[in-house]
Design a protein around this ligand. Structure first.
Ligand code: SF4
Ligand code: SF4
Ligand code: FES
Length: 290
């Protein structure tokens, strides 16, 4: 056990050393930062205060790794790239979702920095939340379906439109900030902004032959719960215009399909068929008609 703890401490120290090879030069003599970090698990917990030496340019993840290396070897935090690419280090700083590896300590201008796990998901330990619900939603998404063999030939403008939604790093901060999940806990009925981005990419893809309006309106998508507050767009570290470029076009597609009286009547009479398989697709976008 002692050996394991020593190993953990060593790993944390190395991680910190790697990201701060020049830490000694950048340290600000006599200055310190205070962080209040949630320590606990699914059963409950509390904020614990830590004070660390100030280092020029330090991000909050550096501060947490310093604490892990020097003051609390069992502090749990999830991270991987430390370059805002992998989406692993999402947490909340002073109540707002942030990538810990992107948020500079200096941004907080000397005020206390309170770091908590994402609130829309169950906590596992300390700053690590269980985001596996998102992967269940991903599995419910109607996948890319085509009759053609890759590589595809596509117009350049079509390819360009597909870039933005593909920038998603799956940090799930948009999911965390969305009141439908965060406050109203509609996890069973609402896919959330990250998956509206995914669905819009699929719907825009010129080679995809599926349609997802039933999934979005009546099934797991639950897009009707979204009231376009734009909070998701504001927190996206990839700069994806989630509401303007994904949610609004999907809502328009749903409105065209459901509130056009002629289309509504035809759907009631015949149900809907998958353009690829010819199978009847049920009210939940389920291929078995469920
Ligand atoms: S715009 Fe919609 S999906 Fe985005 S945070 Fe607001 S309610 Fe949630
Ligand atoms: S859409 Fe943006 S905020 Fe949402 S998961 Fe992807 S990168 Fe994160
Ligand atoms: S560690 Fe990869 S995004 Fe922060």
């Amino acid at each position: 056990m002692e050996e394991q703890e020593a190993q953990q401490k060593d790993m944390a120290s190395k991680a910190h050393a790697d990201v701060h090879a020049d830490e000694e030069d950048a340290a600000r003599e006599g200055e310190s930062y205070k962080l209040r970090i949630f320590r606990g698990d699914a059963e409950g917990g509390r904020e614990v205060e830590y004070e660390i030496p100030a280092v020029e340019g330090m991000v909050v993840l550096d501060a947490i790794l310093y604490i892990q290396a020097h003051q609390a070897g069992d502090l749990a935090v999830r991270w991987n790239c430390k370059a805002a690419h992998c989406g692993s280090c999402s947490a909340e700083i002073n109540g707002k979702p942030k990538l810990l590896c992107k948020a500079r300590v200096e941004e907080y201008g000397g005020q206390d920095i309170r770091v908590h796990p994402m609130r829309a998901f169950p906590v596992i330990k300390d700053l690590v939340s269980d985001v596996s619900w998102n992967y269940e939603v991903a599995r419910s998404t109607i996948p890319f379906t085509t009759d053609e063999q890759a590589p595809f030939e596509m117009y350049e403008e079509d390819v360009e439109r597909l870039y933005e939604p593909k920038k998603c790093i799956e940090c799930f901060m948009c999911q965390d900030v969305c009141h439908v999940l965060r406050t109203h806990q509609k996890h069973e009925e609402f896919a959330g902004p990250r998956f509206f981005v995914r669905n819009q990419w699929l719907e825009m893809h010129p080679k995809d032959t599926e349609r997802r309006v039933e999934y979005l309106k009546e099934g797991r998508g639950g897009i009707g719960y979204c009231n376009i507050t734009k909070c998701c767009t504001e927190v996206c570290p990839a700069g994806i215009h989630i509401t303007d470029n994904s949610i609004i076009p999907l809502k328009e597609r749903v409105a065209d399909e459901y509130y056009d009286p002629a289309k509504w009547l035809m759907r009631k009479i015949r149900g809907r068929r998958s353009p690829k398989t010819g199978q009847i697709i049920g009210r939940n976008g389920n291929r078995n008609g469920g």
